[in-house]
Design a protein around this ligand. Sequence first.
Ligand code: HEC
Length: 164
Amino acid sequence: MKKLAVTLFSAVLVPLLVVSCGGQKAPAAAAAAQADTPETAAFNYRDGLMKAVAWKVGKLRGMAQGEVPVDEAFAKKAAHDVATLAGMITEGFIPNSIVQGSAATPDIWKNFPDFTQKAADLQTAAQALADAADANGFEASKGLVDAVGKSCGGCHRPYRKRQE
Ligand code: HEC
């Protein structure tokens, strides 16, 4: 009797478990398989990089616009960080990497020298801010944050599908 119950249990429940686990596992497995490609890895890299850039520039903008008090040391470091991050952008745009979730446009790879120039524009603007802040303080240099912000749109307009 006990054995029958166990048998019934397995007969009824095991397929259910398999089905429900299978159902839950499928997306995770698909994501894992996707993450294994160099193209998806490149997308994840640049997406994280952009988010880091946005985080830092958001802080700088907040301080430049007087929304949050100026923290000189934090602002100087953030400006240097953005310049460094800007120099890391193009390596994330490997060929054929418009994977699911990407907002990159194919024009990036048709005009890669121009795309590279747009990344350099951000780097130059952030470096100018960092140098000025080092020399005269962020408070005196905060007008340069605008140029940093403008360089985002300068690249997003031609090379990113969703508008800011
Ligand atoms: C050299 C070009 C370039 C520059 C400069 C640039 N971006 Fe981007 N950014 C892109 C591209 C292309 C994407 C889309 C990448 C993808 O989805 O594959 C992107 C995506 C993003 C995303 C990802 C999430 C979303 O909403 O799509 C954020 C956030 C972002 N950028 C913020 C910024 C900010 C803030 C700046 C300026 C401080 C900036 N970017 C400068 C090219 C650039």
